[in-house]
Design a protein around this ligand. Structure first.
Ligand SMILES: Cc1cc2nc3c(=O)[nH]c(=O)nc-3n(C[C@H](O)[C@H](O)[C@H](O)COP(=O)(O)OP(=O)(O)OC[C@H]3O[C@@H](n4cnc5c(N)ncnc54)[C@H](O)[C@@H]3O)c2cc1C
Length: 389
């Protein structure tokens, strides 16, 4: 038979990875197959995240893996991206967990924290012994977080924090909350141990997306913190935005993991399900769907890899990440929806992973900057004119 591209790696992107990058990817992929896939429908249906995996993720070096020192793995950005892809091929909840812990909670401490803060928190977070959450969004401040109301005022040497944060991943299971609050000098980040009096968290229920992930509301009712609870290295909205850019990079890759699972499921189904006496994959309309899905999957993965190499070379800008997030989450959703149509009625149940991924991707489309905001970020980069405020 004539040589043909591999359906799951059509452009042979595997050859663009180093041996070490492939080894990390395979380790995560094996773990997802053994630990996530057998149980994920149960967790999704129950609306639970199995917190006991935190230490396993830590033992694999996945928590803060692209940072350096403090017991982190010190991997390159591409390896981190590949890990995100494989985790999200299992479920977006697992990639979200790793993104929040590593990029949204460990990264600000690593980048903006004092030596004491780094030594006190990062090793335990890398091991998965301390779980973090990132409190930026508020009920009335989502896409425009600069208008947050949560405040931190000085009382002697102490800080006193008041306000409400909304839609916070891992909020009720976290040991440490990174809370962004308005101060007299501008927005600052605070390290808030969640057992501090005045801190409380309650979960958002009845979600139909990202069910295998904890989402919470945080209430800070005069939470008193010592002077050294503030991150000393950054003031202003650029602090949290830089963390989001780190986490979005993981989404650029992760979305392709969810897309790959949907594509693979649809391809297998199309070649085995028969109607009119032959596989539905033999009909031109189905082939068109599969070809479009393969196109989106391969170009999106190539884009992720390109951005990863740029990040490793220190050339990646937030606007590049916006382009990656915008394209890859949109493509992944398109692929998931097409896959669902190929599965027919079977596509609406949890027997197949497609509708679970499709629903998860609706959250991924919204968090870490919506499609509209990333479109306007690209528009601003092209024209020099800011259209979103
Ligand atoms: C499952 C989940 C987990 C999350 N985890 C976290 C977390 O851990 N920490 C955290 O801080 N936040 C988290 N978020 C919050 C998330 O980042 C916000 O939902 C997101 O920033 C959008 O804010 P919003 O939902 O308030 O929507 P809004 O900002 O109210 O936007 C509503 C709509 O208006 C559009 N819009 C807004 N402004 C403009 C404009 N200028 N031009 C055009 N259109 C515009 C938006 O694109 C969107 O379509 C999470 C959200 C979800 C769903």
């Amino acid at each position: 038979m004539a040589e043909s591209p591999h359906p799951l790696d059509f452009l042979a992107l595997d050859h663009l990875l180093s041996q070490e990058e492939r080894a990390i990817r395979d380790t995560v992929s094996d773990w997802v197959r053994e630990r996530v896939l057998p149980e994920i429908e149960t967790w999704f249906e129950a609306g639970e995240f199995p917190l006991e995996v935190a230490k396993e993720l830590g033992a694999m070096g996945l928590l803060g893996m692209h940072l350096s020192g403090y017991e982190t793995a010190g991997s390159n950005a591409v390896a981190y991206g590949l890990a995100c892809l494989e985790l999200e091929a299992g479920d977006s909840g697992f990639r979200s967990f790793v993104s929040v812990q590593g990029s949204l909670c460990m990264f600000p401490i690593w980048k903006y924290g004092s030596q004491e803060q780094k030594e006190s928190w990062l090793p335990r977070m890398a091991r998965g012994e301390v779980i973090g959450c990132f409190g930026l969004t508020e009920p009335d401040a989502g896409s425009d977080p600069g208008r947050m109301r949560t405040s931190a005022r000085r009382d002697g040497e102490d800080w006193v924090l008041s306000g409400t944060k909304m839609w916070i991943t891992n909020g009720s299971v976290a040991d440490l909350a990174i809370v962004w609050a308005r101060t007299d000098e501008g927005i600052r980040g605070f390290l808030v141990p969640t057992d501090t009096p005045g801190f409380s968290a309650s979960d958002v229920h009845r979600k139909l997306s990202l069910r295998a992930s904890v989402t919470s509301e945080l209430v800070l009712d005069d939470v008193r913190l010592p002077a050294d609870a503030a991150l000393p290295g950054v003031t202003g909205i650029k602090g949290p935005l830089s963390c989001l850019s780190e986490a979005r990079f993981g989404i650029v890759w992760g979305a392709m993991g969810a897309a790959r699972t949907c594509f693979r499921t649809a391809l297998e189904y199309a070649t085995t399900r028969e109607q009119w006496g032959r596989p539905i994959g033999g009909f031109q309309l189905t082939q068109r769907k599969l070809a479009e899905m393969a196109l989106g999957l391969n170009t999106g993965t190539l884009l992720a890899l390109h951005l990863g190499r740029m990040k490793d070379e220190g050339r990646l800008l937030p606007q590049h990440v916006s382009m990656g997030k915008l394209n890859n989450v949109r493509e992944a959703l398109e692929i998931a929806r097409e896959a669902r149509t190929i599965l027919g009625a079977s596509g609406i149940t949890l027997e197949y992973p497609v509708i679970r991924h499709m629903n998860n991707l609706e959250s991924v489309l919204t968090y870490e900057g919506t499609t509209e905001i990333h479109t306007l970020v690209i528009g601003e980069a092209l024209t020099g004119l800011r259209a979103y405020e």
